[in-house]
Design a protein around this ligand. Structure first.
Ligand SMILES: [Zn+2]
Length: 421
């Protein structure tokens, strides 16, 4: 019986990865491009295509079931036309498009997408979500494995250390932590901060009960100077990832434009998610779905910043708070946002209706009576009117509470399952 069981199990595993094995090698194809435009237009310009040594993603879940993100790539096998991989993501460029500056200026941002390395010629299509919320094809790249300009050179090789490793990257959520503003003498501190990161992440649900489904690794890449950039204070530091406060002139928004360095450093380990830890006490961070997250390591609020930003980067959660002057109409009120924890009520049927107890009014009054229940509360996604959130408070809203709301926990769990099965 036992051998039959093992045989059946092996059969299931084989079936699960057969698609992957037929079309992909266990490495990554990395495509760097410039994403350029203004508030209304975007264009893709190919920069570089290279091969990275690891693929950290699932080998069974190849097609994106979520539909999250402002962008999507779709990979088709050239000869059969079959869709063999897809993935949604967001970018800093898209956020910039909603700022006042993008109405006056054209800019370009370096971006990167990674996919498992196709064995055969493949067509890679790039999609941008339009104003109505639908994906429009914007760019296409024909990959040919015999193209000798696609190089496997690793530009920035640094030692990697295990923060916690629980198994095969294809069945785990793999986080690679990159240091910014740690000098070579401070890499010991970085190691300690990585342990603290893991301790923090797994003190919040649903991460705590899924701890064994995560691998976390750190890359020991030193910076020339400690700390990072604070432009409004005239502070400029020579740090390896060039993170900076005042992104889009929002003081606490700490992000990087050094996209290619980030991708080069991350390539030292298999990963699904990039997390940048900044050696800094000033309050700040940021997170972009399926791109990267940033948090400072030394602020009193670091714990909550770390999990809040990971909510964005990993699970595509939107901000449930109100008011951020740097964004102009971030969520059009006649379109249902793709974020699982926000709604404009245009298509609430696609959201968390099933989690609302019968008798709770929709929209839900933001009163003491409904403070602890899942409902539909007006105010969220930076807007006071027309955008709704699931609860009175959540870690995606303020840091007063200590928990993700039920809707956010559910969305995080679905993403963990996608990566680890
Ligand atoms: Zn929430």
């Amino acid at each position: 019986m036992r051998s039959l069981f093992i045989f059946l199990l092996m059969g299931m595993l084989f079936k699960g990865t057969a698609q992957f094995d037929a079309y992909f090698e266990n490495k990554s194809l990395r495509i760097d491009y410039q994403h350029a435009g203004n508030s209304t237009e975007d264009f893709y310009f190919l920069d570089e295509v290279k091969i990275e040594p690891f693929w950290g993603g699932s080998r069974t879940n190849l097609i994106d079931p979520f539909g999250y993100g402002e962008y999507q790539i779709k990979v088709f096998d050239q000869s059969s036309g079959q869709l063999i991989f897809s993935r949604g993501y967001s970018t800093l460029f898209m956020e910039w498009q909603t700022t006042a500056e993008a109405k006056k200026l054209q800019k370009s941002f370096s971006e990167t997408v990674c996919l498992p390395l196709p064995k055969k010629p493949a067509r890679i299509e790039f999609y941008t979500r339009n104003r109505a919320g639908d994906f429009e094809k914007k760019y296409e790249y024909a990959f040919n494995p015999s193209d000798y300009f696609i190089h496997p050179e690793q530009r920035m090789i640094f030692p990697v250390f295990d923060v916690q490793v629980n198994g095969d990257p294809s069945q785990k959520v793999d986080i690679v932590i990159l240091p910014d503003g740690y000098t070579s003498r401070e890499l010991k501190k970085f190691k300690k901060d990585c342990q603290q990161f893991a301790g923090i992440l797994f003190s919040f649900e649903p991460f705590r009960s899924n701890r064994s489904k995560f691998n976390i690794r750190g890359v020991l890449a030193p910076s020339q100077e400690p700390g990072n950039d604070i432009p409004a204070d005239g502070v400029w530091k020579n740090s390896i990832l060039e993170t900076s406060f005042y992104t889009f002139d929002s003081e606490r928004y700490c992000m990087t434009r050094a996209n290619k360095t980030m991708a080069d450093l991350a390539a030292n380990a298999p990963y699904d998610q990039i997390y940048i830890l900044v050696n800094q006490d000033k309050y700040g961070g940021g997170g972009i779905f399926n791109q990267y997250c940033v948090s400072v390591s030394g602020n009193l609020s670091s714990a909550k910043i770390i999990v809040h930003e990971f909510g964005h980067g990993f699970a595509g959660l939107g901000d449930e708070y109100v008011g951020d002057v740097s964004y102009n109409e971030f969520y059009p009120l006649d379109v249902e946002p793709w974020e699982p924890n926000l709604t404009t009520l245009v298509h609430f049927d696609r959201k968390w209706g099933a989690m609302i107890t019968p008798g709770v009014p929709v929209p839900t009054p933001d009163t003491k009576e409904y403070e602890q229940v899942i409902g539909v509360f007006e105010g969220g996604g930076y807007a006071t009117k027309g955008v709704y959130r699931p609860v009175h408070d959540c870690l995606m809203n303020t840091f007063d509470g200590d928990v993700f709301c039920g809707v956010c926990r559910d969305a995080i769990q679905r993403m963990i399952d996608f990566h680890s099965k």
